[in-house]
Design a protein around this ligand. Sequence first.
Ligand code: 13P
Ligand code: SF4
Length: 302
Amino acid sequence: MSTLKNKIKKLKKEKNAVILAHNYQLGEVQDIADFCGDSLELSRKAAGTDAGMIVFCGVNFMAETAAILCPDKKVIIPDKNAGCPMAAMAGVEKLKMLKRTYPDAVVVTYVNSTAEVKAQSHICCTSANAVEVVNSRDADEIIFLPDKYLGRYVATKTDKKIIFWEGYCGPHVKILDDDIRELKKDHPRAKVLVHPECTPGVIELADEVLSTSGMRKYAGKSDSKEFIVGTEIGMIYRLKKDNPKKEFYPASGNAVCMSMKLCTQERVMWSLEHEKTVIKVPEDIRVKAKEAIDRMLEVKGK
Ligand code: 13P
Ligand code: SF4
């Protein structure tokens, strides 16, 4: 084990810290994490941990979600510049306006959003449970934000009217349907797994539409030996590590989330040493945002 890895391990123990990492993190970060997962799993892990400190290796909204769920714990993010551009596409004022326009609609907000927006929402969802969350609500109309593509995917799985928001994920829209078609020609036996943040044309070509951990579970259980993977590139490391005898082909080398790549082992070491950068959410916003997240965690799903 490298010296840096050893140091992180020692410091983590001394500080009673747990390292949570998203499936898109660099391999070197995934390798030192106590747990790697998708947004839903990471929220559940944060809520259930008895560690005093959470080092969140992901993007800001994920660390914020942990801070909302665990006000008594110190939540730190190794690089505070790790924003999710999609989360920045949804603002509170526009949401308030939309709520006035559709007073009977229930607001379902993807966790890829700010704490302020969550606080204005009835319930949150992740890519793993968006369909179940929407269908669990006793309402005919749903305001769904910020991802229009996840919203469109959900709309194909519900009778409810979905009011969309104009948000999207840059790395996922870079995956083109032609990329999938080309790869299918070269690997006709491969299963096509795509994330629901992809565009409808890509989703149409998929065998399975899954969250990042949904992909892990599916690839692990499947008899197939080859997979075309339509999501952010970091996922390939995770899938290969879990399934060394299977082949995973990234749908596009352009699907890179730069924010997810800011965290390195050095940054984790630095953040543990200095206990920085602490993520704190103002209490009035935290309490309201927590209600929306708690409602999501109560929904039975995957
Ligand atoms: P998952 O919850 O599926 O891991 O997705 C998070 C994300 O940011 C996708 O871009
Ligand atoms: Fe945000 Fe897309 Fe990056 Fe996920 S991959 S964190 S949605 S920009």
